[in-house]
Design a protein around this ligand. Structure first.
Ligand code: ADP
Length: 648
């Protein structure tokens, strides 16, 4: 929103009758009519109502470095620059109350009149009660018809005087002495003594009156002591004596009783340093001097409000057309260090309070780091969860694989048993037949009366031995075929060897193969499942016997040997069969690899799984045409050592 630039010099020295050039009668009449019209326009237009440029004069009532002025100036400047950065801002300081009196007023008036004669402002902003007074008294002489905006003027001050002219506008503020005292007593419920401190200047006296009035509301709750217009030394001496039941409320002062000059903020700093009791004040510039806080309007926001109004006036709006709030808002301002120092419950500080000097908490200081760490934790947890889920999945998969392997191993044993049916039946038939014939012989002896006790005893012994032989065959077979759970027991590998040889002996004889065993000379203890290891050996021996099918009878032999070593044992199954070619050797332990017409190709792959589940290894060697050797290595139990078995 750019303001319309108006040029007063044009109006004053622009198109005038003296500049008109008269050429003919008609033209002259026409020109004369225009000239009169223009002249009338110029004369009727109020001088000074239109600023020559976007020029704002800001008049502060006191000195340049007063903290309130610095803040107010910041607000005014920022609001004006928001509309036009090139706005010309002139700033003057009346320097009250250091300089005062009629002569001083006249001097300043003359100075300003001369200074701004050639560069009159479009709007005058006055900051403070006395600056407003000054403008009201001198504007007809200094800046007639220039609208005036007041900032930092107390509502009570406006109410005490006559109504302002229409073109003097602004939003007053309330010095919230009452709100500040009330807040202090609310946060210090133990307080019994309220101390009010004010100064000696005229300004200070006005504040004193207002403060006393506001404190009157609390008379029935606390005793009130007023230190008004005293020398600073006396004030500080009294303040130092205060007990913990006291609360100090002060607007600060410009001049003390001894005539020393202060800024209100500086006077309050001295008081707060000396007081062993909490100090409150109603001005935002006090925050940081040692006061706890108070209800106040920020000087910067007052300045901004004035700047915004000035922008509207510079844009051509009539002062009477402005819609302005009746008063500036107040807010509770606090110094967090003082809240902590006086043990005020943080929960009692309203959420909308304007808090300063709060050291950032852990979250504010390390929020980025905390988020990064939390994310890392989250990622780590997600990763761990994913790994756990994956592990469980694998476990479940592994257990079903184990189950299938177990079923397969069992099925494979059943298949072997099927192959052995003929020889096993023979194996059982033999002792049964022997039992039968022995029983018949004994019967005959008894019937013929030739039975001698010695002979009968031998016959019965034979029967018992044959019975044991048959039941041993059945025991071994049942053990092999039973669907038992995987065991983990220590046992001697030699026992397995003899069991397997006994189980397969009949089959070997049927095939006319010499099956021989060379057990170890010592006990070789392994830990594991004896049936599974039996199954491995049976598989290897059956394969060896298959490989001997075409071998001449006198060369058909299979040898199974067991040797112990320091940490393990080696079982070798050797045959003189057709052997295994190089390509086949590589695939031997793969599932479904078979060269047999009725083979399935699972025997060796199951054997390897079972051996590895016992922590062992299995390998094959062969010279084609000369036979094959299968070697199993198993860890043995050594004192102080251990052996493992996996589930199968
Ligand atoms: P299958 O006996 O059902 O064929 P295996 O896994 O037990 O399954 O054996 C796979 C193959 O390994 C056999 O078909 C055979 O070709 C070969 N094989 C195993 N043992 C021997 C051996 N001692 N001599 C020669 N070949 C063998």
């Amino acid at each position: 929103m750019k303001p319309v630039r108006r040029n007063r010099s044009m109006r004053a020295g622009g198109i005038g009758p003296d500049r008109l050039h008269v050429r003919s009668g008609a033209a002259w009449i026409a020109c004369r009519g225009m000239a009169i019209g223009v002249l009338l326009l110029v004369l009727l237009h109020p001088v000074g109502a239109e600023p020559a440029r976007r020029h704002v004069l800001v008049l502060f009532e006191n000195n340049r470095l007063l903290p309130a002025n610095v803040l107010g100036d910041r607000g005014i400047t920022s609001a004006l620059a928001e509309v036009d950065r090139s706005t010309e801002i002139s700033t003057e300081f009346l320097d009250y109350p250091r300089f005062s009196g009629a002569a001083y007023g006249a001097t300043v008036t003359r100075f300003l009149k001369e200074k701004y004669a050639a560069r009159p402002p479009g709007v005058v902003i006055v900051a403070g009660d006395r600056a407003l007074d000054f403008a009201l008294n001198t504007r007809s002489e200094l800046f007639p018809h220039v609208p005036v905006v007041h900032v930092g003027v107390a509502r009570s001050y406006l109410a005490s005087g006559p109504p302002l002219p229409d073109d003097v506008v602004g939003v007053p503020f309330d010095r919230d002495f009452g709100g500040t005292i009330g807040q202090a007593l609310q946060w210090h419920p133990q307080a019994r003594h309220l101390v009010l401190i004010t100064g000696a200047s005229e300004h200070d006296r006005n504040w004193e009156e207002e403060l006393r009035r506001a404190a009157g509301r609390f008379e029935d709750r606390v005793s009130i002591e007023t230190l008004a217009g005293r020398p600073i030394a006396e004030v500080l001496k009294r303040v130092k004596e205060l007990g913990t039941d006291a609360v100090v409320v002060t607007p600060g002062f410009f001049r003390d009783g001894a005539g020393s000059l202060f800024t209100p903020a500086d006077s309050v700093r001295l008081i707060a340093q000396a007081a062993p009791a909490p100090v409150y004040g109603p001005f935002v510039t006090f925050i940081g001097t040692g006061v706890v806080g108070g209800w106040m309007t920020s000087f910067e926001s007052m300045g901004r409000e004035g700047g915004v109004i000035a922008n509207q006036l510079l844009a051509g709006q009539a002062p009477s057309a402005l819609r302005l709030p009746p008063v500036m808002p107040v807010a509770l301002h606090v110094d967090w260090r003082q809240i902590e120092r006086w043990g005020i419950d943080p929960a009692a500080v309203p959420a909308d309070a304007i808090v300063r000097f709060r050291s950032p908490g852990f979250w504010q200081t390390y929020s980025k780091e905390a988020i990064a760490v939390a994310l890392a934790f989250l990622l780590q947890s997600l990763l761990l969860t994913a790994l756990l889920v994956e592990r469980n999945r694998r476990r479940r998969a592994q257990s079903s694989v184990d189950r299938y392997r177990f079923e397969l191993a069992h099925a494979s044993r059943l298949a072997v048993a099927g192959e052995l049916t003929g020889s096993i039946a023979h194996e059982i038939n033999q002792p049964l037949a022997a039992i039968l014939s022995n029983a018949a012989a004994a019967e005959m002896m008894l019937e013929s009366g030739t039975a001698r006790p010695g002979e009968l005893k031998d016959i019965l012994a034979d029967i018992r031995r044959d019975d044991l032989r048959a039941s041993e065959v059945i025991r071994r077979l049942r053990a092999l075929l039973a669907k038992h759970e995987v065991e983990r027991q220590p046992f001697d590998l030699n026992e397995i060897l003899s069991d397997v040889i006994a189980l397969l002996g009949a089959e070997a004889r049927r095939r006319r193969i010499a099956l021989s065993a060379r057990p170890a000379s010592e006990t070789i203890t392994v830990v594991g499942d004896r049936i599974q290891l039996q199954q491995v050996l049976i598989n290897l021996i059956m394969n060896a016997m298959d490989a001997l099918a075409d071998t001449p009878e006198e060369q058909r032999n299979v040898t199974v040997s067991l040797e112990g070593a320091a940490t393990g044992a080696t079982i070798r199954v050797r045959d003189r069969g057709h052997g295994i070619t190089g390509d086949h050797l590589a695939k031997l332990f793969e599932s479904f690899f078979t060269t047999k017409r009725k083979g399935i190709g699972l025997g060796l792959s199951i054997a390897r799984t079972l051996v590895e589940a016992h922590g062992g290894t299995i390998a094959a060697e062969s010279v084609p045409g000369e036979g094959a050797v299968f070697t199993i290595w198993l860890p043995r139990v050594v004192p102080g050592g251990s052996a493992r078995i996996g589930a199968t």
